[in-house]
Design a protein around this ligand. Structure first.
Ligand code: HEM
Ligand SMILES: *[C@@H]1O[C@H](CO)[C@@H](O)[C@H](O)[C@H]1NC(C)=O
Ligand SMILES: *[C@@H]1O[C@H](CO)[C@@H](O)[C@H](O)[C@H]1NC(C)=O
Ligand SMILES: *[C@@H]1O[C@H](CO)[C@@H](O)[C@H](O)[C@H]1NC(C)=O
Length: 324
């Protein structure tokens, strides 16, 4: 009885899902409208398989992916949120209020994260005075967030710094061989290996205090959002879904964490990651929340000097101060 029910549910779900996915690529003729269901919320009960761990009654937004003309970024997190239409699916016109709302709903990101990281995103836009950005404007090397030695993207000088690169990502996954969950020590080693690899082969490798902080930050953010903002333990399956498909792994049982991910929680995890791999800190750098805020405001995290005048302007327009 039970297994029959499960089978029926699975079959129903599979066709409903494939219908939804193919719907996005089909012309909107009246016949296809009749046959195919439109985008809708999929309830937990409709998707049932043995891998589900967290049973609850919440509904969640289905994966829709980009349509022609929609834009995406070098950021798997923002792309995934857009692919579920949690943040706007077209990838355009992202403002601070918009990010604060959709990052909170989608991944329980704290408002401080959306303000400071969103400001850095706006700083990448050629029309930053409008205080918004499109996802395809985030591809701006070393300004401020885009950097070398990414976990899943090639360096700007050696390849496509923008799209997912399986070869590079596989070198990160290799560290998790034989395990099903992430951990701070393993994630830290995988991240440090990316730095060592690129510093050997990329003739224009750039890795100062700012890049140091962002690259740790991105490891901390996948551990936090796919797992736990304190322990950093996440099913590797969830992490792969985020990076490889830019899909939130709802079907596998993932839900936004109960605890929010904030600049404070990220700074604490960055600190732990650095202790775990023993990578030498740039002289004078401390890994704290205020350091994180400083780089996101365009300041040198060691001297406090202005590195990025655009970010200073954006921060000023947004009313960001060191205590925001
Ligand atoms: C305002 C919000 C955000 C902005 C402006 C932003 C921007 C960026 C940019 C420009 C990069 C590319 C850096 C590089 O590797 O060169 C990046 C990478 C990344 N972002 Fe975001 N991001 C935001 C929010 C998020 C969120 C909510 C997540 C949650 C999962 C996330 C996860 C990541 C990860 C894991 C990477 C590293 C990718 C890699 O190293 O291959 N980001 N982000
Ligand atoms: C949630 O689902 C369970 C099991 O199907 C059911 O017993 C319970 O009443 C549901 N709760 C709500 C709030 O719908
Ligand atoms: C992926 O990265 C590797 C290493 O940088 C590079 O050799 C390869 O060309 C990249 N692949 C793509 C499709 O960009
Ligand atoms: C980053 O990659 C994009 C896409 O391949 C390319 O157009 C751009 O020039 C690269 N940026 C830099 C600074 O090399």
């Amino acid at each position: 009885m039970h297994s029959l029910l499960t089978l029926t549910t699975l079959l129903g779900t599979t066709s409903a899902l494939s219908g939804m996915l193919s719907n996005t690529n089909l012309p909107r003729s009246s016949t296809s409208k009749k046959i195919l269901p439109g985008p809708r919320l999929v309830s937990r009960e409709e998707i049932s398989s043995p891998i589900l761990t967290k049973r609850d009654n919440t509904t969640y937004p289905p994966f829709l992916g980009p349509r022609p003309g929609d834009v995406r970024s070098p950021c798997p997190g923002l792309n995934a949120l857009a692919n579920h239409d949690i943040c706007p699916r077209n990838g355009k016109g992202y403002t601070i209020p918009l990010l604060t709302d959709c990052l909170k709903r989608g991944m329980n990101m704290g408002a401080d994260f959306s303000l400071f990281v969103g400001a850095a995103g706006i700083g990448s836009s050629p029309n930053f005075l409008s205080l918004e950005f499109d996802l395809d404007q985030l591809d701006h090397h070393d300004m401020v967030i885009e950097h070398d030695a990414s976990l899943s993207r090639a360096d700007a000088s050696t390849g496509n710094n923008y799209s997912f690169n399986q070869t590079i990502w596989d070198t990160v996954l290799a560290y998790y061989d034989g395990t099903t969950e992430t951990s701070i020590p393993v994630a830290a080693k995988a991240k440090y290996n990316r730095v060592q690899t690129e510093s050997k082969r990329d003739p224009t490798f750039t890795y100062g205090p700012v890049q140091f902080i962002f690259s740790y930050g991105e490891t901390a953010i996948y551990l936090s959002t796919m797992g736990d903002p304190t322990t950093g333990v996440a099913p590797i399956e969830y992490v792969r879904s985020l990076f490889e498909e830019e899909r939130l792994p709802y079907e596998e049982g993932w839900r936004p964490t109960a605890e929010p991910t904030t600049l404070g929680s990220l700074a604490a995890m960055i600190f732990e990651l650095n202790i775990a791999n023993g990578e030498e800190l740039p002289e004078g750098l401390t890994l704290t929340e205020s350091t994180l805020k400083a780089v996101l405001r365009g300041l040198d995290p060691i001297t406090g000097k202005v590195l990025d005048p655009v970010l200073q302007v954006v921060g000023g327009l947004l009313g960001i101060t060191s205590s925001s």
